[in-house]
Ligand binder design. Structure first.
Ligand code: HEC
Length: 468
């Protein structure tokens, strides 16, 4: 009688197959990549998943899977520590076609999704489609880099100044489609042009937080030279400029490829906002304290020129010449209900527009923080300038270049920052006093939606984000 192995299910066939071949054939085929582990997998050990404890809280001690402890001010592992983490994680990897044979993947995965029955650290991933679990599984399968996002969509991100979240809005539906958590006091937000990640300044940890567009988790916190405010990104995505709101004042420059803070440029006064001009030639920073505008040349990253205004520099925005170079800086100022116009070439203030009283509207004078008008943006077609008034709860719309007021829209209590969809169809404005973001039909100049967000929504930005 011939010996037979009875295989009743496909699963049994599969496990027999992997049992026979994986230890030998596959293990030799797959090379685990260190850089991928360092930059893509390790952030998962630090990130906070709702209802879970971070992996790092236990695994510096528990079990044989060992993560190196971070000291009090350390936001990420050194290369040497990463190497030790890599070696430890690798011990729980069995390379091969079946990811579930790796304890590293099966242990934190829910049993119902194919994971092990028990993990002393709980279940962190509820599906094999979980984007963080996929990053780990791709590493086990030999990935060397993240795949480029194959599909990106326009999103509006509203940071909530008194909340611990930033809200993601889909401008097609005006619905909230996601949330970025684990950043207490998120200040400003901008997006990488390729949609892979977004950048949020973190006022509590004094870091620039890089958020992965696909996992919506913080991927890296880059230490800054002080408490940050707003930020700007170059159009090629290579550099992020961060306003440091501490005297004597500076702008930190982050090199995106290396994820490093490469330079601190001294400015005249603590910086509230920094913008990259539409042609990416300059970074323009403003100080509330000293009333100076500091202009940094992005080719040399040196201060190019500065201009003192009559009072503190608040939000700014830019108009461009036909060749894309900067024509005007529009500037809101402390204690001024309107905006000033600076000619970029002659480096002088050339006009000032004060917003008139809105008849019938109650004037709000409480909680203005010295800035009655604090939100300014030029529409993508360059034909209108929008300026919000916290006093009269409206956005004032002016034509460009002649600066005639052509309309006003009520946009809630304490309206703040403004952003547009790239097609210019819609404007989005954070109404800090109502905890909503207003969506405005820009052509009709009518509010079309009030989207509930977090506490005290202020800074807002149009970004592109991966949706696959
Ligand atoms: C609350 C503490 C805690 C957290 C959080 C935690 N673990 Fe664990 N983990 C444990 C304990 C305790 C064990 C040992 C008991 C067991 O095998 O479940 C363990 C075991 C493991 C093992 C098996 C190691 C071995 O010695 O066999 C792996 C792999 C693992 N954890 C990965 C992770 C990953 C990845 C995360 C985050 C996504 C994580 N753990 C989060 C406590 C934790």
């Amino acid at each position: 009688m011939k010996p037979t192995i009875r295989l009743r299910t496909r699963a049994q066939l599969f496990s027999l197959f992997t049992l026979l071949f994986s230890g030998t054939l596959f293990a030799q085929d797959v090379q685990l990549d260190f850089d991928y582990f360092k930059n893509e997998v390790q952030p998962i050990f630090l990130s906070k998943r709702e209802g879970n404890v971070r992996c790092i809280q236990c695994h510096t001690r528990s079990s044989n899977f060992r993560l190196q402890p971070l000291n009090e001010h350390q936001l990420f592992w050194t290369d040497g520590q990463s190497r030790m983490n890599f070696d430890s994680a690798s011990e729980f990897v069995l390379a091969g076609d079946d990811p579930l044979r790796s304890r590293f993947l099966a242990h934190p995965l829910a049993a119902a999704a194919g994971g092990d029955p028990f993990h002393g650290g709980g279940k962190h991933f509820h599906s094999q489609f979980d984007p963080e679990w996929r990053i780990m599984a791709d590493w086990v399968a030999g990935a060397k880099s993240r795949r480029e996002p194959s599909s990106v969509a326009v999103r509006i991100i509203q940071t909530n100044a008194a909340g611990d979240t930033s809200t993601i809005i889909d401008p097609e539906t005006n619905q909230v489609v996601g949330e970025i958590s684990d950043i207490e006091i998120p200040h400003g937000v901008v997006g990488a042009p390729d949609g892979s990640q977004v950048y949020i300044t973190n006022e509590v940890m004094h870091s620039l937080d890089i958020v992965d567009s696909r996992t919506l988790r913080v991927k890296r916190r880059i230490p800054l030279s002080g408490r940050p405010n707003n930020l700007g990104v170059t159009s090629d995505g290579s550099k992020v400029y961060v306003a440091i709101m501490e005297m004597p004042g500076s702008v930190d420059i982050i090199d995106v490829a290396s994820m490093k803070n490469v330079k601190t440029v001294a400015t005249n006064g603590a910086i509230h906002n920094v913008y990259v001009t539409p042609d990416s030639r300059y970074a323009v920073a403003g100080s509330v304290h000293t009333s100076f505008i500091s202009v940094i040349d992005t080719r040399t990253d040196e201060l190019a020129w500065e201009l003192e205004m009559s009072s503190g520099i608040r939000p700014m925005t830019f108009s461009t010449n036909a060749d894309g170079s900067t024509k005007n800086i529009f500037v809101q100022l402390s204690g001024f209900h309107g905006f000033a116009v600076v000619d970029f070439e002659s480096r002088k203030e050339v006009a000032r527009i004060e917003h008139p009283v809105v008849p019938g509207e109650v004037a709000h004078l409480d909680g203005l923080q010295g800035a009655p008008a604090h939100g300014l943006a030029v529409s993508p077609d360059g034909k209108t300038l929008w300026s919000t008034s916290k006093v009269y709860s409206h956005v004032y719309i002016h034509s460009l270049p002649d600066l005639e007021e052509i309309g006003r829209v009520f946009v809630g209590q304490h309206p703040e920052w403004i952003t547009f969809t790239p097609d210019g169809e819609r404007a989005y404005i954070g109404a800090a006093g109502d905890n909503v973001t207003y969506a405005v039909d820009a052509k009709k100049m009518q509010a079309i939606a009030k989207i509930p967000v977090g506490q005290v929504p202020k800074r807002i930005a149009m970004v592109r984000m991966a949706v696959d």
